[in-house]
Design a protein around this ligand. Structure first.
Ligand SMILES: Nc1ncnc2c1ncn2[C@@H]1O[C@H](COP(=O)(O)OP(=O)(O)OP(=O)(O)O)[C@@H](O)[C@H]1O
Ligand SMILES: [Mg+2]
Length: 607
């Protein structure tokens, strides 16, 4: 198919805008061109995160000397042979990418059609510098050097080479995931960082580009509705991550970041996952080209569907179906009538806790250090008389109720909003008797919240105490993730987390925040690395303390399933009563619910 200049009426219909914003966007265009050229092998080589040099070599069909010249003209493309922009089957279609890149960098195209001689053309910031014969194997090699070197206004918006490199890796990963039939290699500053053989099946390619753990923690998706089909792999809800970066979405082989699709994924996982946790998945949506408009965004990463409702239904239905098949159904909710009788947390606002008298207890907060529930000793010593400000109001309180001795009435139950612990259900919920009803507390969610609040106080009081690990733990992560952590070593140390770079793809955990106890250091570091990717690099971690603390608290807290002593349960209830925002967990769910006596009576038909 030969390259032609697009007629005016088509040019005017092309979504205008900035094609090249950063090295990763130029790289994306070049790899897309190689894929469109029918390549079976694509070799990418970068220097300085792509700012210094981007090189993409393919073994595709190549271009003749005339075509090389035409390819560099605006609106010249071989990909819209007809007059319709509505049926695009290639990744490119506008004839914009090469001239756009050539206008802001030094661009060299060398190309050779099989059986003919090669030809090269060098354009320096829009000016033809040189052209002539070139020696290369059949295919095309495009080199972009010194992007924005002569456009300082744009260059200053580039991130560090590391930041740009991370974006480039993401681009290659997404395109490579879409095409397991093509072999890909990626080199950065002379080092091979990715090597993918052609002919892998889709799940193998997805696993190679995400994590091998995904295979054991995912379900296959294969669902069709009408003439649209959804395939891929969907991570189990429990295999979730702190950011949505591990979601790979494709429409007709094109990587997209489409709001409709992201929303549909969220909808499918809605009651399986906390709001701030995200599934890991790779979804491939294939539908007739006239059902989707790819011409809505200058970077071609968004699409518009002719039937958005149908597509949403297909995705939610396809994911639900796959997850249900695996036996991971969403939790059964009690009937609306019963639910309506449950009073949920009053969600204390603005740090007010429980209103008057709601001052922190002296234990469990502030100065004292605790090792957290995950270790011993318990951070909730049995409260005793004369300690703490709130307990001054209840001087004769001794909440020693035991589950076994629940027959005995404990009059003091009246004194506490969250009541006195009577026992534990499923090693997960604390059942307490309050003056006016029955309280059930989600111990994990509640404790997570308390740890977060303690972290905040420790930070405000001048730093978080560290606890060295007996054996430093090695955490393997991808290179950009390690880079992000390395850039924050000092700040993380202030938060009590002592890390050290350990080779290109690992970090060493030397110490964790003491108040987290012997938590899950590996999970914590992996989640933090994810979290950092979403942070603006100009913000300090202190400015994002909420998120960092939430992540840390999550990994240091009592998981559901730990047996608590009655004293520990009561201590937790008392600390909740004096801790702001303890009525909701870090994910926005209530940490406790209450069934009033009158509601219990209703449940038994007494009223
Ligand atoms: N690697 C390549 N191999 C063969 N031909 C290529 C290659 N790269 C570009 N071309 C040719 O050059 C033309 C112009 O490329 P360019 O990327 O500028 O536009 P496009 O791919 O047609 O559309 P878009 O702007 O949407 O990417 C292409 O249509 C294609 O014919
Ligand atoms: Mg292109």
């Amino acid at each position: 198919m030969s390259i032609r200049r697009l007629p005016e009426h088509l040019v005017n219909r092309i979504a205008a805008g900035e094609v090249v914003e950063r090295p990763a966007s130029a790289l994306k265009e070049l790899v897309e061109n190689a894929i469109d050229a029918g390549a079976t092998r694509i070799a990418v080589s970068l220097a300085e995160g792509g700012i210094g040099r981007i090189e993409v070599a393919d073994d595709g069909r190549g271009m003749s000397a005339d075509e090389v010249a035409l390819a560099l003209e605006r609106h010249a493309t071989s990909k819209l042979p007809g007059d319709s922009i509505d049926e695009v089957a290639t990744l490119g279609f506008r004839g914009e990418a090469l001239p756009s890149i050539a206008s802001v960098a030094r661009l060299t195209i060398e190309s050779r059609v099989r059986g003919a001689d090669g030809w090269a053309r060098v354009i320096d910031n829009g000016r033809l510098e040189r052209e002539g014969p070139a020696a290369l194997p059949p295919g095309t090699r495009v080199t972009v050097a010194d992007l924005f070197a002569k456009v300082p206004a744009r260059r200053k918006f580039l991130r560090t080479p590391r930041g740009e490199y991370a974006a480039c890796v993401d681009v290659v990963k997404r395109l490579a995931m879409a095409r397991p039939d093509i072999a890909f290699t990626l080199e950065h500053d002379g080092r091979r960082v990715l090597s993918l053989a052609a002919g892998e099946d889709r799940p193998a390619r997805v696993a190679a580009l995400t994590t091998s753990e995904l295979a054991a923690n995912s379900v296959a998706v294969d669902y069709a509705r009408g003439n649209a089909r959804l395939g891929g792999v969907a991570g189990l809800p429990t295999f979730n991550r702190g950011v949505a970066d591990h979601q790979y979405l494709f429409v007709n082989g094109r990587p997209v970041r489409d709001r409709l699709l992201i929303g549909a994924v969220r909808g499918a996982y809605q009651d399986l996952l906390a709001r701030d946790r995200h599934p890991v998945l790779a979804l491939f949506l294939d539908l007739p080209t006239d059902e989707v408009d790819v011409n809505v965004h200058p970077a071609k990463t968004e699409v518009r569907f002719r039937d958005p409702g149908g597509i949403r239904g297909l995705i939610v239905g396809g994911l639900r179906h796959a997850l249900d098949e695996a036996g991971y159904r969403s939790a059964q909710r009690p009937s609306a009538a019963a639910l309506g009788n449950w009073q949920t947390s009053p969600s204390p606002q603005g740090g007010e806790g429980w209103g008057e008298g709601a001052r922190p207890l002296q234990y469990g907060l502030g100065g004292q250090r605790h090792s957290g529930y995950a270790g011993t000793p318990s951070p909730y010593p049995t409260p005793h008389r004369g300690e703490g400000t709130v307990r001054d109001r209840h001087t004769d309180f001794a909440p020693q109720a035991r589950a076994e001795a629940a027959v005995e009435t404990v009059p003091q139950a009246a004194s506490f909003p969250l009541g006195v612990a009577r026992g534990q259900v499923a090693a997960t919920y604390i059942v307490a008797e309050a003056e006016d009803g029955l309280v059930i507390v989600d111990q994990h969610a509640a404790h997570e919240r308390l740890v977060l609040e303690r972290m905040r106080r420790a930070m405000a009081d001048g730093g978080v105490a560290r606890q060295a690990l007996l054996l430093p733990e090695v955490v393997e992560l991808d290179e950009p993730a390690c880079d992000r952590l390395e850039a924050r070593l000092a700040e993380l140390a202030e938060l009590g987390l002592e890390l050290e770079r350990f080779g290109p793809c690992a970090v060493l955990v030397r110490a964790t925040p003491a108040l987290l106890g012997a938590g899950d250091a590996k999970g914590l570091v992996a989640d933090l690395a994810d979290e950092l990717a979403a942070f603006d690099s100009t913000l300090s971690l202190k400015e994002r303390l909420d998120q960092v603390c939430a992540t840390m608290a999550c990994h240091g807290s009592v998981r559901a399933g730990r047996l608590l002593s009655v004293a520990e349960m009561n201590a937790l209830l008392r600390e909740m009563e004096v801790t702001p925002h303890s009525g909701q967990c870090n994910h926005g769910r209530p940490t406790w619910v209450k069934l009033a006596h009158s509601d219990i009576e209703k449940l038994f038909g007494r009223k």
